[in-house]
Structure formats: structure tokens, C-alpha cells
Design a protein around this ligand. Structure first.
Ligand SMILES: Nc1nc2c(c(=O)[nH]1)N[C@H]1C(S)=C(S)[C@@H](COP(=O)(O)OP(=O)(O)OC[C@H]3O[C@@H](n4cnc5c(=O)[nH]c(N)nc54)[C@H](O)[C@@H]3O)O[C@H]1N2
Ligand SMILES: Nc1nc2c(c(=O)[nH]1)N[C@H]1C(S)=C(S)[C@@H](COP(=O)(O)OP(=O)(O)OC[C@H]3O[C@@H](n4cnc5c(=O)[nH]c(N)nc54)[C@H](O)[C@@H]3O)O[C@H]1N2
Ligand code: SF4
Ligand SMILES: [Mo]
Length: 747
């Protein structure tokens, strides 16, 4: 059985699927590399260009490009990088296929058909910009700035987003990275330690690493994975809490096959056990803890047995985890997670993780939670006009916040509800920029209805993904390989004797093709047409980058001279700020009407005949954005659904069968996928990779490949403290040959 893979074998083979990690090549720690390291190797390329920053996902590894003539033929990690080093992942490698994808958006397009069923007509930039400017202005004049909404994501979306928020003055901006990803994590940690946690765990120096759901190896962020592997190589014990035998579970010392949605109960029982048995860090808590007595009392009834029953795991295993943590504290990495928009009870779980770190005294210590101290660079901003809070959907008439612990921006659901009801005001314009709200946000039909009722929708993208089908005007942006923009800063302290910081700025590795334009051009031209010419902060994207670099005493010319990356001495990461404290009990949370001590709130269980739909990452794709990439499609053309092998046998299914789905609301999947039968998933759940099953015929490679998990996530759960989405309270049955199969009850 697959579970027999030993840790030693894993470390020997370092078999993280598809991650190109030459472990033997330690990350370059010198402050400058020999030029020869940048010279093209072999005969396929004759020039190396520096300054690339990947954006096949949002980790943004540092790249060099290998060119033959004008053509970019290969991407590699920048040997000077002290972050990803020479390594990039499968998706990073496949960036050249995005660059030259014949399906890529090339020209401005106008939809002369229906939204959702578009007919595209090529138009000039002049006409496209005139129409976008005029329509957005018309809506703003008629309904006020709050009549405009925006769904942004990615590095180029920041500039237009700040224009919409600060200058035009709408609050109705909802970023996928907050409301469907990590916003809850950030605000829960802010409410506990005053700071968003990032993924700042010192795994290379940890004695134990605890992952709650985090499925490293499938979730791939190169330097993060390197730090994780380094920790394992250094002997860290790995605890993985996951209902599924994930890539991380396969490397774990303890795999806790938890019942979905119950993690908070598990964490509370661990903490109660540690406190009751005097196995917690009293000195730390005395010095830095606040509200510990209330906390202790509040979680006192979480016995191991009670949690064991709730989480459907052995009490002895919870004790084993608690003991393992206590005996290695404080050098333990309690990973804060990243995608935490799970069940609508997530703020309390994230608070619990922060409190567990405190109970173990694992802040600012080797192997614990240690925030990166990154160098400062500038930030170009649009002029802020005062628009007040009057139209903030998160504020009621008494000026109280509906979601007091909201991430920046406005809860996606508040925007959608206002748009659909017209209350408290209509929302009639929409800018989609680098987000695919059709496949990113739960409630797909609701999203379509929201877009249908708009007076105007514009979309800026690089590929014809599903969201683009809903645009009136579709604008083609240059890709991350053809533009200047993002400044990436970072820090490292575990691959060299001294702490180091770096600054790099994205520089083009290839010239833009066709009529694609960058974010500063597009935003400025629209701003001019809306009457905001005097507010424009920079004329070109290069000017923006230069201004941001200047704050750090750098320039693009200087960075180029330094092979794309400036490295300087860093600061000791383990120094704790003087005012650091851990709010075990938070009065503000209680005053706002929520539990001030971390509290477990149970979630809905699958109705009879259904299994819970879980989803996650595969190493070779990023959400939906890479589905049309020929190399990545070849590597994983569909998203097999995991079903427990015994359950499968019970209902007459076998590995490799072709299946479809129907969910609790009667919604059927448009496409089918293959069945993967395995003992590595609980009987009450099925699992598939997120982001498959594009519906856009212009995606000639990705169309109908696999099943779109989002199409089955029609039930919307809202996390009450933050207003962010929970997406894992949806349930499915499988369909084979037109026959719907009930999932046998498990309890
Ligand atoms: N069901 C389900 N939903 C989820 C998740 C899940 O696991 N399951 N994950 C959640 C998480 S963690 C996140 S972070 C979000 C991600 O949500 P999104 O960011 O919306 O996801 P993507 O599929 O990457 O869609 C991004 C869009 O940006 C486009 N794009 C790519 N590069 C560029 C560029 O350079 N410029 C412009 N203008 N556009 C570009 C892509 O073509 C695509 O249309 O999804 C969330 N939603
Ligand atoms: N290759 C690749 N890597 C990526 C991305 C990508 O698109 N592709 N996206 C990046 C982004 S933006 C993000 S946010 C991260 C997301 O990656 P993570 O933060 O690691 O995402 P999770 O949602 O924790 O991971 C899904 C895992 O949670 C498990 N799970 C489901 N329900 C439960 C539960 O109730 N309890 C517990 N303990 N586990 C549960 C699933 O079985 C699955 O293994 O990945 C990043 N890395
Ligand atoms: S992890 Fe992979 S896809 Fe993400 S930025 Fe790095 S190389 Fe690119
Ligand atoms: Mo995310």
C-alpha cells in the first residue's frame, strides 16, 4: 500500500511531484554571481536575459530567460537568487508556452453577442478605451462611484485597483487573494498577535512541522517548499492534518485523517491538554500573553475524548500530537496555512492556530513563527479623494461594521447581494482584472446573474478564460514575461551564515507582441476619459518601477548591472518587537458579538446519499489560469476525483471509470472526469483539483478538460467575523452512464 513509503525513501528520492528542485545545489549565497553562470548553455540559446519574475503563480520566483534571436526558448531560476535559486517549478518552466500560446488575447475585442455567449469583433484601442471610459463615467455619474465594482487579482491589478478605490472612490472592490484565499488567516492573526502571519515559519530550523490542510508538494511555492524540505532533511517530525492522504501526508510521521470542518475542536483539545498537564510555556505566556485565564476557562471542556468524537479520530492520536509538540517546543512550526476559506467557521480556527503557537512559546524562536524583515521600497499611489464611508456596504446605518474583522476591500457577497437586489444601491459597472470570478468565487450562477444585470463589464486578461466570456469590452494585457512591474523583496536566513535581503524588479524577457498593452497605459487612458487626468501618478510603467526602486536607493539600470537582483545585509529575524503580545482572549471580538476565546462551531454534514466535495491543488497547474498551457495540460489533462476504494466497490465503481456529478442543489457537472479509487480519502468526502473544466471554446486546449469544481459549489457559506467565503459545505453524488449513485452512509 502507498502508505508504506518511508521517510528515508522520500528524502532520498526527494520525489515532490514535478518540482524541479536540485537539492544538492544549495541556493547561491554570494552577493554576486559569476557572469559565466548566466551565460547560455548548449546550443539552443545564444543569449541570457536577467530580471524576470515569474507569475505563473503568485510566489513570483526570480528568473532568467534563455533566448535564441528574439525568441524566448527557456526559463530558469536566476542563479543569483537567494529565494528560489536556480529552481523553478513545472508551471514556471511552462511560462514560455503562455507567452506564445496562439489562443492568447491579441487585440481589443468588443462583444457584439450576449454576455456569457459572446461574439467578438476586433476593434481599435482608441475605440475600446473610449467605450470603457465613457461607460464607466456614465455609470459613475448616474449611480455614484459606488455603482462601480471591481474583481482584481495579480500584480498588474494593483494600479487600476488603487485608481478605482482611491481616486474614483468605490469601496466595492473584492480581491480573490483575500475573500476566497487568505484574508481570514490575516485578520485572525492580526486579532491575536497584531500582524498578518504570511507563511513565515522557520521550517528549516524546526523540530516539528504541523500542517493543517497545507498540502505541500501539490501546493508548490518553490522557496517555501525548499524550506520545508530543508526542515525534513534536518530531521523535523511532520504532522499533517488532512482528511486525505495528500503529498504531505505521504511524508508525515503522524497523519491525522480528520473529519472535515472539525479542525478547531482538534486544536482546542491539544491546547487544553497541554495546559491541564502543565506542558505549556508559562514564562512566555506570563510575559507576552493576554487574557490567558479566560482562554483557559473557555476551552476547558475540550477533553481529548470529546474532540476525538467530534473529529472522528483516536483520542490517543490527539495526545500523541500534543506530546510531540510539547516535547519539541518552542522549536515548532505551526503553519498558519494559506487558502483558509474553508467552512465559514474559519476565523476561529485561524485564531486557534495563533493561540497554539503562543501556548508553545513558538513566536520569534528558531523553528517557530519568525516574520521576514524585508527591505523597504516605494509605492506609487493614486490621489485619494475623500468619499467617506457612507457607501461602504460593510457599514450599517449605525456605522457598525457587519464584518468587523474583514480583510481590505469589500466582502464579495455584500457586493453581489447589493448588485442583485439594488439595495442599498445599484451596482451597474464591473471591472474584472486578472481574476476569473466565474471559477474563483462560489455560487457560479449567482456570479453570472450579477454580471448579467450590469450596464457595463470590462475585462483585462491575457487568456480567454471563462470570466472573459462575460465582458462587453475585453482588453489584452502583456504577460509577466513582456513587462516591467512588480518589485519583489524578500529575506533569507537559513541558507547562509548571515541574514540577507534582496530586491528585484520584474523586467521583460521578451518584447510585447500583437497589440497587448500594460496596466499603466490602460488605466491612465481610461482615467483620462473619465476626467481624472490630473490625478495620474505616473506616465509609464517604467516610471512607476523607477520611483518605487528609488526609495531603496536603486534604479532599473543598477538592478540590471546586478544581474536583476540586489542583495544586501539583513536584520536578525528572531528579535521580538518590544510591544509583542498574544491575545488569547480578545475583548474586541467579544464586543463585536463573536466568541472572544477561540471557539469551535460545527458545520453541516452531508445529507443522506451525498459526500462532501473537497478540492485542492495539483503541482502542475495554477487554478484555472494554466489550463490552456500545452505542456501543463499534457502533464495533467484532467482532475481525477478521489473516492474511497471501499465506497467505490460498494456502489460498483472502479478506478478509471468516467464519472460526472450532481450536487445538493441538483446542479449537474457540465463535463466528466476519471475516477481515482484510493484508501487515502475518508468515506464521507470526495476530492478533486480546483480550476479545471473551462467552458470557453477559445481555450482550445483547456476547454472541457476535467470538471469545474466551482460549478458544484453553489452553496455559499460566509465566515461571520470576516465576510469571506467558505466553500467546502457542498455535497455531491456521482453519475455514471447517466445513473446517479448514492454514496453509502458512513456513520
Ligand atoms: N473552488 C475553489 N475556488 C477557489 C479556490 C479553490 O481552491 N477552489 N482557490 C481560491 C484561491 S486560494 C485563490 S488565490 C483564488 C484565485 O483566483 P483567480 O486569481 O481568479 O484565479 P485564476 O484562475 O488564476 O484566474 C486569474 C485570471 O487572471 C488571468 N491572468 C493571468 N495572468 C494575467 C496577467 O498578467 N494579467 C491579467 N490582466 N490577467 C491575467 C487568467 O487568465 C485568469 O483569467 O481562487 C480561489 N477560489
Ligand atoms: N501547484 C500549485 N500550487 C499552489 C497554487 C496553485 O494553484 N497551484 N496556489 C497557491 C495559492 S494562492 C494558495 S492559497 C495555496 C493553497 O494551498 P493550501 O493552503 O495548502 O490549501 P488548502 O486549502 O489548505 O489545501 C487543500 C488541502 O486541504 C485538505 N482539506 C480539506 N478539508 C479539510 C479540513 O476540513 N481540514 C483539514 N485539515 N484539511 C482539509 C484537502 O484534502 C487538501 O489536501 O496554494 C498555493 N500553491
Ligand atoms: S512557484 Fe512555480 S509558478 Fe510559482 S512563481 Fe515560482 S516558478 Fe513560478
Ligand atoms: Mo490563494
Amino acid at each position: 500500500m502507498a502508505f508504506n513509503l518511508t521517510r528515508r525513501k522520500f528524502l532520498q528520492s526527494a520525489s515532490l511531484a514535478a518540482v524541479a528542485l536540485p537539492l544538492s545545489k544549495a541556493i547561491a549565497s554570494e552577493t554576486s554571481v559569476k557572469r559565466s553562470a548566466l551565460e547560455a548553455v548548449g546550443s539552443f540559446a545564444d543569449e541570457t536575459v536577467v530580471g524576470g519574475v515569474c507569475e505563473m503563480c503568485f510566489w513570483r520566483c526570480q528568473l532568467v530567460g534563455k533566448k535564441r534571436g528574439d525568441r524566448l526558448v527557456k526559463l530558469e531560476g536566476n542563479p543569483k537568487s537567494i529565494d528560489n535559486g536556480t529552481s523553478i517549478c513545472a508551471r514556471g518552466n511552462a511560462g514560455v508556452q503562455l507567452l506564445y500560446d496562439p489562443d492568447r488575447l491579441k487585440y481589443p475585442l468588443k462583444n457584439v453577442g450576449e454576455r456569457g455567449d459572446p461574439k467578438w469583433k476586433r476593434i481599435s484601442w482608441e475605440e475600446a478605451l473610449d467605450e470603457c471610459g465613457a461607460k464607466l463615467k456614465e455609470i459613475k455619474d448616474k449611480y455614484g462611484p459606488q455603482g462601480l465594482s471591481m474583481f482584481p487579482h495579480g500584480s498588474t491589478a494593483k494600479y487600476p485597483m488603487h485608481f478605482m478605490e482611491r481616486t474614483v472612490g468605490t469601496h466595492n472592490v473584492s480581491e480573490a487573494s483575500f475573500f476566497q484565499c487568505r484574508g481570514i488567516r490575516d485578520t485572525a492573526y492580526i486579532a491575536t498577535i497584531g500582524k498578518a502571519p504570511g507563511e513565515f515559519v522557520d521550517m528549516p530550523n524546526a523540530k516539528v512541522i504541523l500542517l493543517l490542510g497545507g498540502h505541500f508538494g501539490e501546493n508548490v511555492h518553490v522557496s517555501h517548499i525548499k524550506r520545508y524540505i530543508k526542515g525534513l532533511q534536518n530531521g523535523a517530525k511532520l504532522i499533517v492534518v488532512d482528511p486525505r492522504y495528500s503529498a504531505s501526508a505521504a511524508k508525515s510521521d503522524v497523519w491525522v485523517q480528520i473529519k472535515p470542518g472539525t479542525d478547531t475542536a482538534f486544536l482546542l483539545a491539544i491546547m487544553n491538554y497541554l495546559i491541564s498537564n502543565d506542558k505549556y510555556d508559562k514564562d512566555f505566556i506570563e510575559e507576552y500573553g493576554d487574557g490567558f485565564e479566560e482562554f483557559k476557562k473557555g476551552i476547558a471542556d475540550w477533553s481529548l475524548e470529546k474532540a476525538a468524537k467530534e473529529c472522528d479520530i483516536p483520542a490517543a492520536q490527539i495526545k500523541e500530537v500534543a506530546e510531540l509538540l510539547a516535547s519539541n517546543a518552542p522549536n515548532v512550526s505551526i503553519h498558519p496555512g494559506r487558502h483558509v476559506s474553508w467552512y465559514g467557521n474559519d476565523f476561529q480556527r485561524q485564531r486557534s492556530l495563533a493561540c497554539l503557537t503562543g501556548v508553545l512559546g513558538a513566536f520569534y524562536v528558531k523553528g517557530g513563527w519568525v516574520p521576514a524583515k524585508n527591505p523597504k521600497v516605494g509605492k506609487v499611489s493614486w490621489a485619494k479623494h475623500d468619499h467617506g464611508d457612507e457607501h461602504n456596504l460593510n457599514m450599517n446605518e449605525e456605522e457598525e461594521m457587519l464584518y468587523p474583522f474583514t480583510p481590505p476591500g469589500t466582502s464579495t457577497e455584500l457586493i453581489r447581494d447589493a448588485a442583485l437586489t439594488g439595495k442599498p444601491y445599484p451596482i451597474k459597472g464591473c471591472v474584472i482584472w486578472g481574476q476569473n470570478p466565474i471559477q474563483t468565487i462560489p455560487g457560479q450562477q449567482k456570479m453570472k446573474d450579477v454580471l448579467k444585470q450590469m450596464d457595463f463589464v470590462m475585462c483585462v486578461d491575457v487568456m480567454p478564460t471563462d470570466a472573459t466570456m462575460w465582458a462587453d469590452i475585453l482588453l489584452p494585457e502583456v504577460s509577466y514575461l513582456e513587462r516591467y512591474d512588480y518589485i519583489k523583496t524578500g529575506t533569507q536566513w537559513d541558507f547562509a551564515d548571515k541574514q540577507q535581503q534582496y530586491i528585484s524588479a520584474r523586467m521583460p524577457l521578451a518584447a510585447p507582441m500583437f497589440e497587448r498593452k500594460d496596466q499603466v497605459f490602460i488605466t491612465n487612458e481610461i482615467a483620462k476619459r473619465m476626467g481624472y487626468e490630473k490625478d495620474i501618478p505616473v506616465q509609464t510603467v517604467e516610471e512607476m518601477v523607477e520611483k518605487n526602486l528609488k526609495v531603496a536607493g536603486l534604479s532599473l539600470a543598477q538592478l540590471k548591472k546586478e544581474d536583476g537582483i540586489h542583495i544586501q545585509d539583513g536584520k536578525d529575524p528572531y528579535t521580538m518587537p518590544e510591544d509583542f503580545e498574544v491575545l488569547f482572549y480578545n475583548e474586541d471580538i467579544e464586543d463585536a458579538g463573536f466568541p472572544g476565546v477561540p471557539t469551535y462551531i460545527g458545520v453541516e454534514q452531508p445529507p443522506k446519499g451525498f459526500a462532501r466535495l473537497l478540492y485542492g491543488r495539483v503541482p502542475v497547474h495554477t487554478f484555472n489560469r494554466t489550463q490552456n498551457n500545452v505542456w501543463l495540460n499534457k502533464a495533467m489533462p484532467d482532475n481525477p476525483v478521489w473516492l474511497n476504494d471501499e465506497t467505490a466497490a460498494q456502489i460498483g465503481l472502479k478506478d478509471g471509470d468516467i464519472v460526472g456529478f450532481v450536487n445538493q442543489d441538483g446542479i449537474e457537472s457540465r463535463t466528466t472526469t476519471t475516477l481515482k479509487t484510493t484508501p487515502g480519502i475518508r468515506k464521507d468526502s470526495v476530492y478533486m483539483a480546483h480550476g479545471y473544466g473551462s467552458a470557453n471554446p477559445l481555450m482550445s486546449v483547456g476547454i472541457n478538460a476535467g470538471v469545474d469544481d466551482q460549478s458544484l459549489i453553489s452553496k455559499i457559506t460566509i465566515d461571520p467575523e470576516t465576510g469571506a467565503h467558505g466553500m467546502r459545505n457542498n455535497f455531491v453524488k456521482l453519475i455514471k452512464d447517466g445513473k446517479t449513485l448514492d454514496i453509502p452512509a458512513t456513520a
